[in-house]
Design a protein around this ligand. Structure first.
Ligand SMILES: [Zn+2]
Length: 259
């Protein structure tokens, strides 16, 4: 991992000696300390506007090349093969995953505890961004993304690299019995990532769970990088919905194929 001079954490994950740029932002830029917040629902907020401008600068693209999904905690995946109409780039298309082979197209995920996953097949020049909260994880979004990269773009899972960004950790992610049941129903290995507590509640390791989903889908264990930073614990670095409530900000995870 390297610290980018402009904006949050920039990640050099497995497969980094390729032409793929990956970014996970924090609550502020590390040099000028300017606040970063990508919560587009705040309307014409100067911090939000400047944050998107900073991200566009970091990627070296225009603001309309940054595709933001309207995340709905589902498992639909947007496939982008043509230039995106500028009117469709800011939270218009309902999806929790996006895949493209277009050079210069930035795919993003916004989070404040949920797990952002960035994937890339450098061989075929295909990238993906996935919003993996517990609901989308249970709905199979990570596996569906790998499957779609394979069927639509011909990616071999063994050629795909994944970067798991900061998310709420097992230390802090208490879930109710209904979530425990849903996770167990979806995954044979669920109990490896659930620490059961009194009353049937559990502490859920969202990143660990998705790491297993990806290796089961055929990714090499060494091709999966994880930030291993808890958004709830690290209030110096991250927004956390659980810690701060509805008004909290959003971090951006972004990925792009360079020229
Ligand atoms: Zn924690």
């Amino acid at each position: 991992m390297k610290h980018d001079p402009l904006i949050g954490l920039a990640v050099v994950s497995p497969g980094s000696r390729d032409n793929i740029r990956r970014l996970f932002t924090t609550i502020k830029g590390p040099i000028d300390g300017a606040a970063l917040d990508f919560d587009h629902r705040k309307g014409d907020n100067p911090t939000v506007r400047e944050s998107y401008e900073a991200a566009a600068d970091w990627f070296g693209v225009g603001a309309s090349s940054i595709f933001v999904m309207r995340q709905v905690h589902g498992a639909d995946i947007a496939v982008i093969r043509e230039p995106v109409d500028p009117s469709q780039t800011r939270a218009v298309v309902a999806a929790d995953g996006a895949v493209t082979d277009r050079v210069g197209q930035v795919l993003t995920v916004l989070t404040a505890d949920c797990l952002p996953i960035l994937m890339a097949d450098p061989k075929r020049g295909v990238i993906a961004a996935v919003h993996a909260g517990w609901r989308s994880s249970v709905a199979g979004i990570a596996e569906k993304t790998v499957s779609l990269m394979n069927t639509v773009f011909g990616c071999e899972p063994a050629d795909i690299f994944a970067a798991l960004g900061p998310a709420i950790g097992r230390c802090c992610f208490e879930v109710g019995p209904e979530v425990v049941a849903a996770v167990r129903e979806s995954f044979d290995f669920a109990d490896d990532y659930l620490q059961i507590k009194a009353g049937g509640k559990g502490m859920l390791d969202l990143a660990g769970l998705n790491r297993s989903v990806l290796t089961e889908a055929g990714l090499a264990a060494g091709a999966i990088w994880s930030a291993d930073l808890c958004t709830y614990c690290r209030d110096d670095l991250f927004f956390s919905y659980r810690r701060q409530g509805e008004g909290t900000g959003r971090m951006l995870a972004g990925i792009m194929i360079e020229e």
